[in-house]
Design a protein around this ligand. Structure first.
Ligand code: ADP
Ligand code: MG
Length: 705
């Protein structure tokens, strides 16, 4: 909360010091001061420069301490080597928030990284918040104030935008002025030495002037905090994000850019999904969505009506709708009747409604309004191509008027064409109607807004289930493995841990002689399986390290010797602990359930089709642990295996609840024990409903101390 109070001051300061204000045009210290004055900031402005004098008609202070009055925000634009001292001075003076525009920190290497760490410490010491360093600044259009060196100030609007790239922001700002897209807040994150994306998401969430949140990020500082902040905000405000650094080359560009290490991209995808954030592929689609949302209410469903004056574009739009999860609305009989009565007989009165190439503004008006009135329709797309009799501008006017009459349903224009559409597009934009050149982009933007509503509604307040488990026993096993200087656990150890966490496994015991193996087989009951027990052998069956279906003591003895023989031939240097004797599990559907660890987001749990073809089928999906039961359920259902488990071709459905339980128990295990860096169950057999699951191969690797 302290940080949030700091951000409130950062967004709405009563007084600002520009530390490094400059009289020289073209210097950042001059741009910042000018922006501040020209943006209409009504509070006190204190330019600070050791040379003193006057800049842009303002008295200049030689140092921060020379200012007698209180100052709330400091914008720092001095060379990097002076920044720490200035921050210390600001802290002593009692400033609440700093914007460090100066570059030359983390991105230049070790020294810069150290300095940045100190910035974070100073922020805590003096209870300030710090934005940046290496950033463009901050803009709050409703204060109003522009505390950045941007060229121009964006228009007022409802979009809150935070970006890890300052340069990208300048491009977007310039473009937004042309496109008439307004912003509520415009924040450059910079190197995120103190304030980061999670803090700003939370702040945007609380900000009454912002209704829509857009982010451009290359990495997140704290994955968990970010998810928590988004989860809080998404129920009331959509969050759309572009996360770059996906490709290997992209990742490298990102690290040299702000010195941030991009995390594994799968984890990002999963994290966004789990907290209801929509990930956009590129900046263009991010702003397409913004332009629709800026003017329109959210669609209350996915049923779209299309009004057109040409067949081709109508079909294109239909295809695009279907591809992106939107439905072509079934018009009500009332609407169809009305259209039949009023349109020429050759027109198509079904959806897409084709008013023909001769369509006049009045024809458009009756089609659009009939669609907007229809209860089977959630949003309306209007397509126009310039044909001989088309009156583009007047048709544009019709859209503006119709929207005023029915403001609750999204109405989007696709005016295809060049010169003839320039003026109509202006009419639409000024009238608050989002307009596109081609149908696909319009459909995509609308679909994104619809999918947001689905996300929002599915983010239920659900608790993370916790099972009664034996943590102590697990800890002991891990300690023993550590004492033995191993990182890979033996089968008998992993199965013991699984049992401690209530994960159903086929029982397993370690035998060090064939005599012991026979005794254990008796104890477990025939038939049994023998498996080589060695931390050096990951794929046991590849080297003849497994014998299944052993029915008698004689077979056990022979298998024992054969396995040792095979291992000696194929892996003479492997450290052998003995041979595991395991009860034979009944065959079921083969599943893989695993877990790896992501630097930013923690345990990443995987589920999918198991067996030896895992790498070829790649029928897998991911969730971050800990997770809710719905997360586990959707994790299963996202895979093709999930479909098979429900029962296809007359097969009985599998015990999906037991699989969910297993996934949830594994989630709990890897959440409890950070030292587990990898866990891999392949296969676990899934049985019919009521008969549960059984894991037969559990592999666990622990990390160094
Ligand atoms: P690895 O993956 O190291 O080769 P596994 O323990 O997974 O070894 O065994 C290989 C295959 O043998 C499994 O995919 C499974 O089909 C079969 N198998 C292993 N253990 C059992 C068991 N206890 N009951 C039934 N089948 C088993
Ligand atoms: Mg296996």
């Amino acid at each position: 909360m302290e940080r949030q109070k700091g951000i409130d001051v950062l967004f709405n300061p009563r007084s600002i010091a520009v530390i490094g204000a400059s009289a020289t045009k073209g210097k950042l210290g001059n741009d910042v001061l000018r922006n501040l004055i020209e943006s209409g900031f009504e509070g006190r402005i204190y330019p600070v420069n050791p040379r003193g004098g006057q800049i842009l008609g303002q008295k200049v202070y030689r140092s921060i301490s020379e200012i007698v009055n209180d100052v709330e925000v400091g914008i720092i634009v001095i060379p990097a080597k002076y920044v720490l001292d200035a921050v210390e001075e600001c802290g002593k003076k009692g400033l609440k928030a700093l914007v460090i525009i100066t570059a030359g920190f983390k991105e230049i290497g070790h020294e810069g990284q150290e300095a940045e760490k100190k910035l974070g410490e100073l922020a805590e010491k003096y209870e300030m918040v710090i934005q940046g360093p290496n950033c463009l600044g901050v803009i709050n259009t409703s204060a109003p104030y522009n505390g950045s060196f941007s060229a121009g100030t964006p228009g007022k609007g409802k979009i809150a935008f935070a970006s890890q790239s300052g340069a990208l922001m300048t491009g977007i700002l310039d473009w937004s002025l042309m496109e008439k897209i307004g912003f509520s807040k415009f924040v450059s994150l910079g190197n995120k030495a103190h304030l980061n994306e999670a803090d700003f998401v939370e702040a945007f969430g609380r900000d009454p002037d912002s209704t829509f949140i857009l982010l451009y990020i290359e990495s997140v500082v704290d994955g968990r905090k970010f998810m928590e902040a988004c989860r809080k905000v998404v129920p009331t405000k959509p969050i759309f994000v572009v996360k770059s650094g996906v490709s290997v080359a992209g990742a490298r560009a990102a690290s040299s850019h702000t010195g941030s290490l991009a995390g594994s991209d799968t984890a990002y995808d999963v994290a966004f999904k789990q907290c209801g954030v929509r990930r956009a592929d590129d900046m263009a689609s991010l702003f397409d969505v913004a332009s629709v949302y800026d003017d329109m209410h959210l669609p209350s469903g996915n049923r779209v009506a299309i009004v057109t004056n040409a067949g081709g574009p109508g079909i294109l739009t239909t295809d695009a709708c279907e591809a992106s999860g939107l439905e072509i609305a079934q018009l009500s009989s009332e609407t169809i009747g009305f259209l039949k009565e009023n349109l020429p007989p050759a027109a198509s009165v079904y959806n897409p409604i084709d008013a023909l190439g001769t369509a006049q503004p009045e024809d458009y008006e009756l089609c659009i309004e009939a669609a907007l009135r229809d209860e089977n329709v959630d949003s309306v797309l209007v397509l126009l191509t310039p044909q001989a009799m088309t009156r583009e501008t007047e048709t544009a006017q019709i859209l503006v008027e119709s929207h005023k009459k029915y403001p609750n349903k999204p109405l989007i224009a696709v005016f295809m064409g060049g010169n003839s559409m320039v003026y109509p597009r202006i009419v639409l934009t000024d009238g608050g109607i989002p307009v596109f050149d081609f149908p696909e982009r319009a459909v995509h933007a609308l679909a994104e807004l619809y999918h947001y509503t689905v996300n929002r509604d599915s983010l239920k307040e659900e608790t993370i289930p916790t099972f009664k488990v034996d943590k102590k026993r697990t800890k002991e096993i891990i300690e023993l493995v550590r004492k033995d200087n191993r990182r890979v656990l033996l089968g008998s150890e992993t199965h013991a841990i699984a049992e401690a966490y209530g994960i159903p496994v086929a029982r397993i015991r370690l035998a060090t002689s064939s005599e012991e193996a026979k005794l254990l087989a008796d104890e477990l009951g025939y038939p049994v399986v023998l498996k080589i027990a060695s931390p050096d052998i990951v794929h046991k069956s590849d080297i003849g390290g497994i014998h299944v279906g052993l029915e008698t003591p004689e077979e056990v003895e022979a298998a024992f010797l054969q396995i040792l023989d095979n291992v000696r031939t194929h892996m003479p240097n492997a450290m052998i602990y003995g041979v595991d004797v395991q009860e034979m599990a009944e065959k079921g559907k083969e599943l893989i359930i695993g877990c790896s660890r992501d630097v930013q987001f923690g345990p990443l749990v995987m589920f999918g089709a198991g067996g030896i073809f895992v790498n070829y089928l790649k029928d897998i999906s991911f969730r971050l642990a800990p997770m809710t039961r719905s997360d586990a359920a959707s994790l299963i259902m996202e895979t093709k295996m999930g479909t098979l488990l429900r029962g296809v071709r007359g097969e009985a459905p599998s015990d999906i609840t037991a699989i969910e339980d297993t996934i949830l128990r594994i989630s709990q295990l890897v959440t409890d024990f950070e030292e587990i860096v990898e866990l891999d169950i392949n296969p676990a057999f899934a049985y019919e409903k009521g008969k549960g699951v059984s894991a037969v191969d559990v592999k666990i690797t622990i990390g160094g101390q």
